[in-house]
Design a protein around this ligand. Sequence first.
Ligand code: SF4
Ligand code: MG
Length: 323
Amino acid sequence: NIKKHFPLKSEKLFTKEKPLLKAVDGISLSVRSGETLGLVGESGCGKSTAGRMALKLLEPTEGEIWFKGENITNYRGEQLRKLRREMQIIFQDPYASLNPRKTIEQTLAEPLKIFGMPKGQVTQRIDYLLDVVGLSSYHKQRYPHEFSGGQRQRIGIARALALEPELVICDEPVSALDVSIQAQVINLMEELQAEFNLTYIFIAHDLSVVHHISDRVAVMYLGKIVELGDAGEVYSNPKHPYTQALLSAVPETNPHREKERIILKGDLPSPANPPAGCKFHTRCPFAEDICRVQEPELKLVSTGGQMAACHFAKEVVTEGNFT
Ligand code: SF4
Ligand code: MG
C-alpha cells in the first residue's frame, strides 16, 4: 500500500489543506523471483515513482517496501548500501545517465571499486560485462558520445549488472531507441535474465513493448493500479476499459483479425487534480453515474488471479490473495 505524495505550492494563501500531487496513491505489488513484471501506463501515471520507491531511491510517504522477506522501508546508511548490490536500475535515456567525461571503462569500474573489488579483477570483470552485453572490450577507452543509442543502452545494462543484482528495475529502457533497435535490446535483456536469474520490473508506456518479456502485467492510471494479472490473461482478455483502450491501439499482427480501436476522450487529467470517483471516468467510454462519485476497488475478476478496478468488471470470489 505505498503512496508518494509530493507537496504542491498552494495558490490560496489561507488554506489549511496543503495541496498534494498524489503521484502514487496506494498500490500493492509483489514481484516473484525470476519473473518479469511489466508496469505500464501513460507518462505521469506514477510508474517510475513506484519503481524508484521499490529501490529505495525515493522514500514512500506511506506504506512498506519488502525485499526477500525483510521490511526495508526504514533502511538507511550501511544497510541500504548493502542492498544496492542486489537492486539496480536501468534508465530510459542511457545518454543522460552515463557521465560524458568518463570512458566506458571508468564508468563500469566505479561500482566495482566502491564495493571493494581488487584492482586486478576489475579489468577482467569489465571485459566480461561488455562481452555479455554484446560489446567489444576493444572500445572501452571510448566516451559515451562515441556510441550509438543502442550501444549506450547496452553499456547502461552492463553497469546495472556489474554487481550481480537480483532485482533490476528497467525504467523504459527502450523508449528512447529506434524501433529496429528496441527488439535487439529486449532480446538481450531476456537472455541476460535467463543467464543470471534476474528479476525484472519492466516499466513502459506501451503495452506492446512489454508483451513478450512480461510474465505478469500491472496497468497504472493516475497513481493507481487499474488492472493486474498474468500477461497472457491481460492481453487476451483485458477487463478494465483503460487496458482495453491501450490494447486496441497496439497494431494487430494477424491480418485476419479485425480489431476495433477504442479512442479515449480528452487528455490525461493532471495528477495534481484528479477526477473524483473512478479517476478514469472523464475518458471512459462506459462511464455511468456511479463512476463519478465512487472509486472502484481493485478486485479479483478471474480465477487465474486477474484483478481490475472497475465497477462493471465482474468479481470472482475465491480463497487466496493474488497481489
Ligand atoms: Fe469506466 Fe466506470 Fe469502470 Fe471507471 S468504473 S473504468 S469510469 S466503467
Ligand atoms: Mg517515467
